[in-house]
Design a protein around this ligand. Structure first.
Ligand code: SF4
Length: 267
């Protein structure tokens, strides 16, 4: 079980773990057959309606779980071989991601897996889904959302209220972000927390978001935001969490371009 769970959350051991996953699926199918047999037996035995319905509920639950698992496996396979997810499967995979994530974190914890590993996998699959779609948003509809900890801790300027207050000294990535804002005409919001981030989204009404944050905040944001495509960029934390964090500005720019014109606006 530990190895199977590891396969689901690890992007690097996909090929070697395929056999083990098939083993798990086989086990679930056998379980399904046993439950069906039990249902038939109970019906023949003229059991109460409750005892007849219960096995079928279990069967449906297992079938649902299997479908979601297959969808997740499919998305991870597409990610591994760098192929797009079929358009008709993007929404179902999104659902499977949302449903399976709490399950994976609960299974992963007692097995000793770092939550951030699971969150990272979540962000990668989410991004792959978004990258499987074509977008052509207006620049003013695209927003970068970053946490306050990106700002140099020694800088007293109130860039959360207005990023334009930045003096562009180059000591932190706020300077780079303003460069991207000028270059593409997109919006930028720097938030001190989840509540403010949600408020900025309500106020600025973006149609697409490039979110930069730690794994925990990213996943919480991804689960909160519905109906808006979000590309997640995990920040770097050279001095530990929540202070003087950094970002891969090239990844951020690539994400912006995907929303603007699907990367065809290369200079
Ligand atoms: S680039 Fe310089 S002025 Fe701007 S927020 Fe960072 S430290 Fe402050």
């Amino acid at each position: 079980m530990k190895r199977i769970a590891f396969w689901v959350i690890s992007m690097d051991n996909f090929a070697g773990s395929l056999k083990k996953t098939m083993g798990l699926l086989g086990l679930l199918i056998i379980l399904g057959v046993l439950i069906i047999s039990m249902g038939v037996w109970l019906r023949n035995a003229e059991a109460s309606i409750f005892l007849i319905v219960l096995p079928w509920l279990l069967i449906l639950s297992i079938a649902g779980l299997l479908t979601l698992t297959f969808l997740m496996i499919y998305a991870i396979m597409m990610l591994r071989i760098d192929r797009r997810v079929l358009p008709s499967l993007i929404k179902p995979v999104e659902v499977s991601l949302r449903v399976l994530y709490p399950f994976l974190t609960r299974v992963g914890k007692p097995l000793g897996y770092d939550k951030n590993l699971i969150r990272n996998a979540y962000a990668k699959v989410n991004n792959h889904l978004i990258l499987s779609e074509d977008f052509r948003f207006m620049a003013s509809d695209v927003m970068i959302l970053t946490p306050h900890c990106l700002q140099k801790s020694t800088c007293g300027l109130r860039v959360t209220q207005n990023p334009e207050l930045c003096q562009r000294c180059g000591k932190c990535n706020v300077d780079d972000l303003l460069f991207l804002v000028e270059k593409y005409g997109i919006k930028l919001a720097i938030a001190t927390g989840g509540t403010l981030a949600r408020r900025k989204i309500r106020e600025l009404k973006p149609k697409a978001i490039v979110a930069v944050a730690c794994e925990r905040d990213l996943i919480s944001g991804l689960q909160d935001v519905r109906g808006i495509p979000v590309l997640a960029v995990v920040n770097r934390r050279p001095e530990g969490p929540c202070i003087n964090t950094e970002m891969d500005i090239e990844e951020v720019e690539k994400s912006i371009r995907h929303f603007l014109d699907h990367g065809e606006n290369e200079e």
